[in-house]
Design a protein around this ligand. Sequence first.
Ligand code: ES4
Ligand code: ZN
Length: 326
Amino acid sequence: MAPLPPAARPPRAELHVHLEGTLEPDLAFELAARNGVVLPYPDPESLRAAYEFEDLQSFLDLYTAGMSVLRTEADFADLTRAYLTRVARAGVRHAEISFDPQAHLVRGVPLDVVVGGIAGVLERSETELGISTLLIASFHRDRDSADALDVLERLLAMAAPIVGIGLDSAEAGYPPGRFEAVYARAAQAGLRRTAHAGEEGPAANIRDALDVLHAERIDHGISVVQDPDLVARVVAQQVPFTVCPVSNVRLRAVPSLAEHPLPAMIEAGMLVSINSDDPPYFNAYLDDVDDAVTAAYELTRDQRAALAAASFRGSFLAPDRVAGRL
Ligand code: ES4
Ligand code: ZN
């Protein structure tokens, strides 16, 4: 099936994208030059050529190394603007963008630099690009929960404009239960709660994210299909799952789109949205992902429209704002 032209793309939301994972090799080199950072590649093409991954960890190593060029408010602002400008063409009208505060704090980049740079662009995105935005602070699963709690308190103290929190990074060996206190504090502070779970890990991690963290939304969650009782429950509760099929193939969580559980999740009646995760790393922004999924599963126009509607329904927008977008 031919890719849809931009005008024919239904308006939709992107709910699962890591801001640091939107760093294009060209911008990485521009920022490196600006900040006097030396990248271990001679040029953007060589860096892009390195984007071949064996698993989640091999990606995280490169993703973390790439962040070394992000130092000033202007860097974070340029990164945010570049992503939003690109996805405006993909039909994205609402974006919920995650960032990794701990990844910058450990490099000595202060929280106000990170948050200030991102928020300055987000607050103008609706008027300037026609994209409403919400910001999610994501904590690292493979770090101490005490560190996450400390960073959360600092975000709250500075009244950072975040809608909620997430949990990301390595999954194997890091079950979500350890973050119970962080999620309880976020709930108490009125923040929304999502969590990566069941990306490389078992369905039990999804269950724990729901039962222990009381997560309202699950990022990835593809291992849910291993547990029919859990599928029935998330269908009944219409828990939103933000699935990133191209990411899963590129990180070899599944062998191919043809073998991806996405069609089974949709068929079961789950509230599923399709997302990009880290677009340049996986060579696919949201329009590319939509086109790949449409071709792989021969989706009809009606099925595409239903998925676009589900992307708004799974968002952290207030219900009255969702109704106006469907
Ligand atoms: C991520 Cl694909 C993926 N999984 C877990 N954590 C992440 N952070 C950025 N991309
Ligand atoms: Zn992710």
